[in-house]
Design a protein around this ligand. Structure first.
Ligand code: GRF
Length: 215
């Protein structure tokens, strides 16, 4: 069974979805540790309650991104993960860190990338008046919120939506697609080869989830 380490910064609901899938027997991984860059991250308590090793490395104690990333990598490597899962981890990672975990570093982003990289995606989507919004699981590259797409889910933007209602609609999908992507990796059905996603052909249709309201 593959070992994963989950990195968080806050609430940790995506982490919880991964723990729930593991507990339900649909995600065959060992969650070796959860690490936060913020000591006050609520998700740390949730991880502890689930019996998972929970650590924090406060980025504020480091003089440079490189120094923080080196400490983070040292902590991660103690657990010898096959995969590092960024689940609401709100730090820009250095190219060196990204290279170290190339092909075994996944992120979830709350937009249909390459639209709306960065922060405040839901408000920006509302401001732009887009009618379709969503979330993306991708392999991480040195470019922020970029990188080969594994799976996306699309939902409608509905008249009267505000940031909170749109975020909630998308979070439901985040909690569906992230465990799915991690499961594919755990089952050796998903790989990064020469910078491209290689995935079992049988899974193609499952890589794009279109909410029923959009069909
Ligand atoms: C999610 O919307 C995720 O896509 C984004 O940050 C949020 C984290 O939420 N990167 P949670 O901590 O998983 O609840």
């Amino acid at each position: 069974m593959k070992n994963i380490v989950i990195l968080i910064s806050g609430r940790g609901s995506n982490m919880e979805a991964l723990i729930a899938a593991r507990d339900a027997g649909t995600l065959p991984v060992n969650i070796a540790a959860v690490i936060s860059n913020r000591p006050e991250a609520l998700g740390l308590e949730t991880a502890q309650r689930a019996g998972i090793a929970a650590h924090f490395i406060d980025h504020k104690g480091f003089e440079s991104r490189e120094a923080f990333d080196a400490a983070l990598a040292e902590c991660i490597d103690q657990f010898a993960p096959d995969l590092v899962v960024l689940a609401g981890f709100m730090r820009i990672l250095t190219p060196g860190f990204v290279r170290r975990y190339e092909g075994r570093l996944l992120n979830i982003h709350p937009s249909l990338l390459p639209s709306f990289p960065g922060l405040h995606t839901h408000q920006r989507a509302l401001d732009e008046g887009v009618r379709i919004h969503g979330c993306t699981v991708h392999f991480v590259t040195a470019e922020l919120d970029h990188g080969p797409v594994v799976i996306q889910a699309a939902v409608p933007v509905i008249d009267g939506d505000d940031e909170a209602s749109l975020a909630a609609r998308i979070l439901v999908q985040e909690h569906r697609i992230y465990p799915q992507a991690v499961r594919w990796f755990a089952e050796d059905r998903l790989q990064l080869v020469d910078g491209k996603v290689r995935i079992a052909a049988a899974l193609d249709a499952e890589r794009a989830f279109i909410s029923p309201e959009l069909r």
